[in-house]
Design a protein around this ligand. Structure first.
Ligand SMILES: Nc1ncnc2c1ncn2[C@@H]1O[C@H](COP(=O)(O)OP(=O)(O)OP(=O)(O)O)[C@@H](O)[C@H]1O
Ligand SMILES: [Mg+2]
Length: 502
């Protein structure tokens, strides 16, 4: 009798079978990874497990008892806790309130705030996170919000934990700590389900791996009896093509320059220069200032000092709108906040991107559809032009953001974690598209926690640490990059993330 057993699970949405006759079980003391391409049905399965969606058919049992949770609260009562793909904190509440929502410590006069904050601090400290728990969720960076979601699930009494891409906005050190924690929970007999795209992480952690493709279970594999290549082939149903080569840095002129770009208390002055068609990597640990730099470049936050120059001439950038006018665009890290209009279709979202570039441009309906079809093809987005973006899987939403950006024909794009949540096949596709745009003269500032991805694309990498530029590396390797990011503290660790975390 397993803690969790599903049989014949089916889930349909209008026009799509998200889960088709799926069997799935998790044992006590097991980490069971769930992998598959974007739109394969992973999040849907995770949502069925945690009561956010109910299955149309099939059976679901916990410790051999048939159940049917209808809400996350009911699932939690059954001992099933969740960390979802999208951060789901209440923006106005403090981190402590969010962390203990629904299970606040009470005294006769009401909520015991001091105890509430102490418990929240303890839960975060276990993950090695030092963040002020009184701050409102909306005021802290995404990486820290995600840590709060993780701490919330880990500090509940759940015996079954479901993680849907928990590492998407975490840095290397945070990932290692989370993994160490998950291993400790495995030792205590918890059943854990881990949805991930990084096979390196999957193989570092999982005991068994279930592969989904188009809503069906392709197979369940014992981790140390299989290998990443076999898993990828099961995911894609075909062999994987080669990744694009790293391009040579174009020589000569500078197209874009930032001088003394800074924001008081947030970012120390930074100098940057990019040639047309150059890809500049930016990296650093969580909290090192990567996202702050990205936002400062396009004027997304107030109080940014310093000068930006385009072909040597100073330009005024006080807002993302000013930035767009000179051809400077940002693809934000958090697609929920400044990303897409979830209620609109793929076509409408792309058309908005084009219209934002030329404010009075009118694009006919037919041209909009043509544009949407072209980008759907180019990036392999699993959607039709008229599909509402809110109904796409996480990775496909990310692709729509990139399509909207590239459709606006920018001169320089700042890509903040562009491949977050994108599957392996699609990653190669995205990289190829970005490389193509670079060849046509687009300059790219590429921010990604996946170091080999950065190294493959960029010859120059700017490393940030403690919100300042630490060093610029040219043609470095991943080990050197890690050392620079950690400032020597993590020198010469293994290359497999988390494998040495115990
Ligand atoms: N609320 C919804 N309405 C309509 N279709 C939906 C809805 N939620 C999911 N889908 C569809 O169900 C399919 C499975 O989506 P799901 O989110 O489970 O994929 P996933 O494997 O988690 O992908 P990703 O790796 O991109 O997160 C997709 O085709 C998606 O568009
Ligand atoms: Mg998903």
């Amino acid at each position: 009798m397993n803690p969790l057993e599903l049989a014949g699970i089916e889930k349909r949405f209008p026009g799509v079978v998200a889960l088709d006759d799926v069997d799935f079980d998790v044992r006590a003391g097991e980490i069971h990874a769930l992998v598959g391409q974007n739109g394969a049905g992973k999040s849907t399965l995770a949502k069925v497990l945690t009561g956010l969606e109910s299955a149309d058919a099939g059976t679901f049992s916990v410790d051999g008892r048939r159940v049917r949770p209808r809400s996350p609260r009911e699932a939690l009562a059954l001992g099933i806790g969740a960390i979802h793909q999208e951060v789901d904190l209440v923006p106005e509440l403090s981190l402590a309130e969010n962390l203990l929502l629904g299970r606040e410590p009470l005294r006769w006069w009401g909520i015991d705030r001091r105890e509430l904050e102490a418990r929240a601090r303890r839960a975060l400290a276990e993950l090695g996170v030092a963040v002020e728990v009184r701050r409102a969720a909306k005021d802290v960076p995404l990486g820290e919000q995600q840590q709060v979601c993780i701490a919330r699930a880990l500090s509940s009494d759940a015996r079954i934990l479901i993680y849907d891409e928990p590492t998407a906005s975490l840095g290397i050190a945070e990932v290692e700590r989370l993994f160490a924690h998950m291993r400790a929970l495995r030792g205590r007999g918890l059943a854990q389900v881990f949805v991930a795209h990084s096979l390196e992480q999957v193989f570092a952690l999982a005991d068994r791996i279930t592969v989904l493709r188009d809503g069906r279970r392709v197979g369940t594999f014992v981790a140390n009896e299989t290998n990443p290549r076999a898993i990828v082939e099961a995911m894609l149903g075909a062999a994987l093509g080669a990744a694009p080569e790293r391009r040579a840095a174009p020589a000569g002129r500078v197209w874009f320059e930032a001088r003394g770009l800074a924001r008081a208390g947030v970012l120390a002055p930074i100098e940057l220069a990019l040639a047309p068609g150059e890809v500049l990597g930016v990296d650093g640990l969580v909290g090192s200032g990567r996202t702050e730099l990205a936002r400062a470049l396009v004027g997304a936050d107030p109080g940014v000092h310093g000068e930006r120059r385009v072909v040597g001439a100073p330009v005024r950038v006080r807002s993302p709108r000013d930035a767009a006018r000179v051809g400077l665009w940002l693809s934000p890290e958090d697609r929920k906040v400044d990303g897409l209009c979830l209620g609109l279709s793929v076509r409408e979202n792309l058309a908005l991107g084009v219209q934002r570039r030329a404010r009075f441009a009118w694009v006919s309906r037919a041209a909009q559809t043509e544009l949407a079809e072209r980008w759907i093809r180019a990036l392999g987005i699993a959607a039709t032009p008229e599909q509402r973006v809110g109904t796409l899987s996480g990775g496909n939403q990310q692709k729509v953001i990139l399509a909207r950006l590239l459709a606006a024909e920018p001169r320089l794009v700042v890509l903040d974690e562009p491949t977050r949540g994108v599957d392996v096949g699609a990653k190669a596709q995205l990289e190829a598209r970005i490389a193509e745009c670079a060849e046509r003269g687009l300059s790219v500032l590429f921010i990604s926690s996946e170091l080999d991805e950065v190294m493959r694309r960029a010859r120059r990498v700017l490393v940030l640490r403690d919100r300042r530029a630490e060093v610029e590396l040219v043609d470095a390797d991943v080990a050197a990059l890690r050392r620079a990011m950690a400032g020597g503290a993590m020198a010469e660790r293994g290359t497999a993330e988390g494998r040495d975390g115990e």
